[in-house]
Design a protein around this ligand. Structure first.
Ligand code: XIL
Length: 305
């Protein structure tokens, strides 16, 4: 089981940050540089400079490289929106993108998040460019392209609010069944696990939901764990609750056994957390405070492992 973090290489100029990252984590996920807008900025023009830098650094430091992400409705290049696509042409563009990128990193990525966040909260399909033009065919195309380009990489579907039973996780189960019935390779479901203090899924809910995916023949990972405060600064009681919330994911993963392959936090130091820029006024979601001191949740996570 790996325990890793997402990170961006701009942060590595901070020595304190980088020492902690290399000392404390066993896997690394690029938080941005492998996303479509960076890797294919113009149609058919691929740029892997930053992705390679990241991958080589991770592997040189003996980290497991978890690759992210191939098809997502955010952070894709603007040329995709500037054209009117036929279904055939867009599926071809998706195939070429996924195939080219996965082939480029072949042998280096332990896993790929192939399709990211394709579902709405009620379990219906998200109305993205990809869905609007191709229906669900883009999902199948993306997985087929990825498995053709690197048959050994673990291929994941990744989403949030699918860590507990409900309509969205039921829809993920249906997606897995559908892909499996068509013999399309999908190896695991990534449970992002972006939680809010006091509103996280319980350990029992998470364990139950992980088991439901596992029973379909796929593995699971906790892919982007963080537990944010909606109001700052945190109270003592809030910090205690955050510890329990972090531990719920760790314990659930450990309890389902080796079918839960690992856990990643979506960065580990509040200084570099994505939360404040995406959720105004919220934060303190990570295991280290901005000043590189550990939070109570860090101690809780270590004791749960
Ligand atoms: C985030 C990055 O951390 C930010 O730097 C970027 O501005 C937006 O995306 N779910 C995902 C991740 O699957 O790719 C997102 O990463 C966080 C939410």
């Amino acid at each position: 089981m790996y325990f890793g973090t997402a990170t961006n290489q701009e942060q590595w100029s901070n020595k304190e940050y980088t020492e902690l990252m290399l000392e404390q984590f066993g896997s690394m996920t690029p938080a941005n540089v492998q996303k479509w807008m960076y890797t294919e900025p113009e149609q058919g023009v691929f740029n892997y400079t930053a992705g390679d830098e990241f991958a080589n650094y991770a592997l040189k430091n003996k980290k497991v490289l978890l690759c992210d992400t191939l098809v997502w409705h955010q952070q894709y290049p603007s040329w995709l929106d500037e054209k009117t696509w036929t279904k055939k042409d867009l599926l071809n563009v998706i195939y070429q993108h996924v195939y080219n990128e996965v082939k480029h990193f072949k042998g280096r990525c332990f896993s790929w998040n192939v399709v990211n966040e394709a579902l709405n909260e009620d379990g219906t399909w998200r109305q993205s460019l990809f869905y609007n033009v191709t229906g669900t065919d883009y999902i199948e195309t993306a997985f087929l392209a990825a498995s053709a380009a690197d048959p050994r990489a673990q291929l994941y579907y990744n989403d949030y609010n699918i860590e507990y039973p409900g309509p969205k996780s039921a829809a993920v189960e249906n997606m897995v069944k559908w892909l499996r019935s068509k013999h399309v390779k999908i190896d695991a479901v990534g449970l992002e696990s972006h939680f809010i203090v006091g509103q996280a899924a319980t350990e029992a809910q998470q364990q139950q939901q992980m088991q439901s995916y596992i029973d379909l023949g796929v593995q699971v990972v906790v892919s982007e764990l963080d537990v944010r405060f909606e109001t700052l600064p945190p109270t003592e009681a809030g910090l205690a609750q955050q510890t329990v919330d972090y531990q719920a994911s760790i314990n659930a993963c450990i309890k389902v056994g080796k079918q839960c392959m690992g856990i990643s936090v979506w960065d580990f130091d509040d200084e570099y957390s994505w939360i404040p820029s995406s959720f105004a006024g919220q934060g303190d979601a990570d295991l280290w405070y901005a000043n590189f001191t550990t939070t109570p949740a860090y101690t809780g996570v270590v004791s749960a492992l």
